[in-house]
Design a protein around this ligand. Structure first.
Ligand code: AHR
Length: 756
């Protein structure tokens, strides 16, 4: 290993600018089984028998349940426990059914669980035996008459992972619904949140929690919009919905549990309500709530504010008190919309809702939306709309590759005065150290832009191994384990040590790294979801033989190119399949031209660096690759300029982003400790194979001083992967206050204190 390079971190005097006090928070959406199957402590999956094919093809009321002892098992909907919980099971004994839970039901020896269900017997009382394999069991006698709720405690006799078994050992008929098994808390009451995941969230010391989405907030179609009022009250009465991520929403973590989660973690709530339109990804496009429904919808939004903050003398404050919370939840923010397409309908509905909130609750900070990317059509339109309306804050989202984050550490220094920013969703793609360090560099940039950026949250937060729809994620988990990613440790290091005053930092001895075009490369064709023939291929003026690509995704090489001066033309004809095809140009870094990306609905140019891709230009809506109809494509690379023609239309024409990367970066804040002394919080990223030793010079030195240093280091840039814990965890040491070791590929936080 080469000798460490020496750099300097000069920390200037405080210039009167304070750090955004609530900068680091969380965004929770029921994606990747984050809630049902995750944070929700419930162990019975589909305990309400409400799963259906609307959730996922092939699912029905018995999903996750299996008959065990052959007997009569019947579904019924007559006289249910509640109209919102229409399906129940009629069991006629002897019979048994088992529930798989989520990959089994994990128990530890001595652990108590609270079992509950609704049941009614026909005729005589019927004895049920309920057990988790041979790990825990209890008996309950179900009475005849109407529905009753039954409760019992099961205590596990050993560690293990089993299935919940409900048995009628002898004869008798029982109707069964809303079956629940939750770990008991210290008071013997069923837990709401899975404790280890709750601890992982608490360790992030979130200032706020955004909920319920994301896409989930505005739903796929108007009947899939998340209406908060349908998620409070007894769990078995809540409206359950298909989850647009391809599963089911039980709403067991509804709005009250969300506010309770905020209280449990010390976070302020940021609920997100639909801006009167459903998700822009709804097949056929976003739909708006009709004029006849808008007043009621606006009233729902105002009622949410009253539910959170109103005194118990108000109707919705009284409802909150009735649900066990006489004290308000201190709501100060309200998200309105999520990544919406900025259409006329959106503008109209958004304006009506925001106007009503301004009129009735001027104390609430409304957060607008600016599309799914840090740039592009909806970003521009969303920002123009927010500026014109004087919206207080705008939510920006972006999932990019690590290079982009290193290039954009100063993004917000250039923002004009106007609405402030909530970076509501961001992540560097991949779960590697490289990505975590890119996020750390970006977060230093966010911290030093408090005039603009007030709030930020990584996304997505939680993902159950084997049940994920989206990667990368911050925290993976199984039935028994919590697997924090390297990005999680970065978030915890930022949130765990916060200064309140911002200090300017001058970095000496290191320069931003230039980004260059690839020097050599080749052209490769692939078509993962289609059979495609390519003919009339001309590469840099040389005619090539026709080729075919198939759905296996194996690339076909066309030949070498100079990535700074190349021209490719070809005619592609899809023979079978649903998707389009991809033209890849370059070497280690490369461009990918996707013709028919995103369910064959767009064209886009991606750039890949270190094996991780980024949208470079687009996606742009397109009619898609038809079967049997030739599509002529021309790609021209000239220096940084990229042009792509499809059937003669110039669809992409842009310059590649060659701004340098800030791979070595530092930031500084200070705070006043309990004893009145000043403490400095220095953060530094070294996303580089070379170790560095930084001399720290404080404009107002503390002498004698010592530093508590937390270092995340020791793994190569490409180590770390989804569904596994980070290969490294932060290490805390005590060190001299004037020197900071920055190992290769590291993120370091040093808290410098005067020695008393
Ligand atoms: O975080 C996952 C999804 O990404 C969110 O639901 C949506 O807002 C974004 O597109």
């Amino acid at each position: 290993m080469s000798a460490p390079e020496r750099i300097t971190i000069d920390v200037g005097a405080h210039q009167g600018v304070d750090v955004a006090p609530e900068l680091w928070g969380l965004f929770i959406e029921d994606l990747n089984d984050a809630l049902d199957g995750g944070l929700n402590a419930e162990r019975v999956r589909n305990g309400d028998f409400e799963f259906s094919a609307a959730d996922r093809d092939g699912w029905d009321a018995l999903t996750a349940w299996h008959p065990d002892v052959a007997g009569q098992v019947e579904f019924r909907t007559d006289d249910p426990i509640h109209p919102n919980n229409a399906h129940y099971l009629r069991l006629t004994g002897p019979v048994a059914v088992v529930n798989d839970g989520w990959d089994g039901i994990a128990v530890t020896g001595g652990q108590a669980f609270r079992l509950s269900f609704f049941a009614r017997a026909a005729g005589e009382p019927v004895r049920l035996v309920v057990a988790v394999d041979d790990l825990a069991s209890t008996g309950v006698t179900v009475r005849p008459g109407g529905w009753h709720r039954y409760e019992a405690t099961l205590v596990a006799v050993a560690d293990g992972q089993g299935r919940l078994r409900v048995e009628i050992p002898e004869s008798g008929t029982v109707d069964l619904d809303h079956v629940s098994l939750r770990p008991a808390g210290p008071d013997g009451e069923p837990l709401t949140f899975r404790p280890d995941l709750l601890e992982a969230l608490k360790d992030l010391a979130p200032s706020f929690i955004r909920f319920p989405g994301g896409c989930l907030a505005h739903g796929l179609g108007l009947d899939n919009v998340y209406h908060w009022k349908t998620t409070i009250g007894p769990r078995h009465e809540r409206v359950q919905l298909p989850n647009l991520w391809g599963y089911h929403q039980s709403r067991q973590i509804g709005y009250v549990e969300y506010f309770e989660l905020c209280q449990a973690t010390g976070a302020t709530p940021i609920p997100v309500v639909a801006a009167g339109v459903c998700c822009q990804n709804t097949p056929g496009g976003p739909q708006a709530i009709g004029d006849d429904g808008m007043n009621a919808y606006i009233q729902d939004v105002l009622d949410l504010i009253e539910f959170a903050n109103g005194s118990p003398d108000t109707p919705w404050g009284a409802r909150r008190a009735e649900l066990g919370h006489p004290e308000p939840f201190d709501l100060r923010y309200l998200g309105l919309g999520n990544e919406d397409e900025i259409t006329d309908d959106f503008r109209d509905r958004y304006a009506r809702i925001e106007d009503a909130v301004r009129e009735h609750h001027p104390e609430i900070c409304v957060i607008g939306t600016s599309g799914p990317q840090f740039f592009g059509r909806d970003y521009e339109a969303g920002w123009a709309f927010a500026r014109a309306r004087g919206t207080a804050m705008v939510d920006e989202h972006g999932y990019r590759n690590p290079r982009w984050f290193h290039q954009n550490v100063d993004r917000y220094l250039a923002y004009e005065p106007g609405p402030q920013v909530y970076v509501g969703e961001y992540a560097a793609r991949s779960n590697t150290i490289r990505s975590a360090l890119a996020e750390a560099a970006y977060m230093i940039g966010l911290e030093r832009s408090p005039g603009v950026v007030r709030l930020a949250s990584y996304a997505p937060l939680l993902a159950r191994v084997g049940h994920a729809q989206w990667t990368p994620d911050l925290i993976y988990f199984t039935a028994t384990e919590v697997l924090p990613s390297a990005s999680y440790h970065v978030q915890a290091m930022f949130a765990g040590e916060r200064g309140s005053r911002l200090h300017p930092v001058t970095l000496g001895g290191v320069e931003p790294e230039p980004v260059t075009l690839p020097k050599t490369g080749s052209v490769r064709l692939t078509s993962r979801g289609a059979d495609v023939d390519y003919a009339d291929i001309v590469l840099d003026g040389v005619v090539r033989q026709g080729v075919r690509t198939g759905p296996g995704g194996e690339p076909v090489e066309l030949g070498d190119i100079d990535p700074a001066a190349a021209t490719l033309e070809l005619t592609a004809t899809r023979r079978a399949g649903d998707e389009g095809f991809v033209v890849e140009l370059g070497g280690e870094s490369y461009l990918q031209v996707h013709v028919g990306s995103w369910q064959n609905r767009s064209t886009v140019v991606l750039r890949g660096d270190d094996g991780i891709t980024n949208d470079d230009h687009g996606p742009l809506h397109w009619h898609g690759v038809p079967t049997g109809v030739p599509v002529r494509v021309k790609v021209r690379l000239a220096g940084a300029r990229v042009r792509v023609w499809v059937d003669g239309e110039l669809r992409h024409d842009y310059e590649q982003d060659l701004r340098p990367e800030h791979r070595v970066l530092a930031g500084a804040t200070s705070r006043t400790a309990a004893d009145g002394s000043t403490e400095y919080v220095i953060r530094a990223v070294n996303a580089h194979p070379t170790a560095r030793v930084a001399s720290i010079r404080l404009a107002e030195p503390l002498e004698p001083a010592v530093a508590t240093v937390t270092t995340l280091a020791g793994a190569g840039p490409d180590e770390g992967r989804p569904f596994a814990a980070s290969p490294v965890t932060p290490v805390v040491t005590t060190a001299a206050a004037d020197t900071l070791d920055l190992p290769p590929w590291s993120f370091v936080t040093a808290v410098i204190r005067r020695i008393p």
